[in-house]
Design a protein around this ligand. Structure first.
Ligand code: 6PG
Length: 253
């Protein structure tokens, strides 16, 4: 993968994987705070990052006052719905730490439509850029998961969101009508990040992981995440890494 500083790590235990994610979070924050007054992270929903959020929730000494938290994506469901990512992120992490509410950037779903929610999130991201003199948000650490179909964030295969070049956030209608409408950060934002972590657990992810890691020509959404001015790290358990041809090389000790 040209131009991207990429690492792949396979862990024998889930604890090892979560430790590694936590270390990367702490290092990304330390590095960001050396050069400016804040650290920013964008968080995914899904099951995989839950143990990381639980570990962060007890990091009392972390510089939460200087931290901005964004969402990677959201389902267009009310806050109290069990599929609402902000509800999950808030209850598992944010409400336990001393972060200022003005530094939390949720995707709000009480707007009349997914498009209106995306527009509101776009405005929030734009004012963040203005405050800190950025053209495109440069988020220090983006935590992503991956779906069996190769989706990441709410970027699904063969959807118009994948070709978005200007906007920071868009509304997405998944092809599968049983899936909720969504709002997602776009590739221009994900690819402008300083560090991107892709966490994947389980055999059901192995095929998508292999395609994304080994096929340079892949057009799966997760393959389009290429932070060229940053780093891309895959943190995998043995099942998720089980189809990689060179898997022994990636085992982390
Ligand atoms: C979401 C995510 C989505 C997720 C993957 C993996 O909110 O659902 O944005 O992209 O990261 O679907 O989900 P799991 O971690 O639950 O396997």
């Amino acid at each position: 993968m040209n131009g991207v500083n990429r690492a792949i790590l396979i862990f024998r235990s889930k604890e090892g994987l979560v430790d590694a994610a936590l270390r990367r979070w702490l290092n990304a924050a330390r590095d960001a705070l050396k050069s400016r007054e804040f650290f920013s992270a964008a968080l995914s929903g899904g099951n995989t990052p839950a143990p990381l959020y639980a570990r962060l929730a007890v990091e009392r000494d972390f510089p939460w006052h200087n931290t901005h938290i964004f969402q990677v994506d959201e389902r267009f469901v009310p806050y109290d719905h069990d599929e609402n990512n902000y509800h999950f992120i808030n209850t598992s992490l944010l409400r336990h730490v001393p972060i200022s509410p003005k530094n939390i950037h949720p995707i709000l779903t009480f707007e009349p439509s997914p498009q209106a929610s995306a527009d509101r999130y776009e405005q929030d991201l734009t004012s963040f850029c203005k405050s800190f003199r950025m053209r495109v948000p440069r988020i220090d650490l983006v935590i992503l998961g991956i779906g069996e179909d190769g989706h990441t964030a709410s970027l699904f295969p063969d959807t118009p969101a994948l070709s978005e070049k200007q906007r920071f956030a868009v509304a997405v209608t998944p092809a599968d009508p049983s899936k909720k409408e969504r709002i997602t950060l776009t590739l221009p934002v994900l690819n402008n990040a300083v560090h991107v972590l892709v966490m994947a657990l389980g055999k059901n992810k192995a095929g998508a992981v292999r395609e994304v890691v080994e096929n340079d020509q892949s057009t799966l959404p997760a393959s389009l995440v290429k932070p060229e001015k940053g780093s891309l790290t895959f943190l995998l358990d043995e099942d998720a890494g089980s189809l990689l041809s060179d898997k022994k090389r990636f085992i982390s000790r």
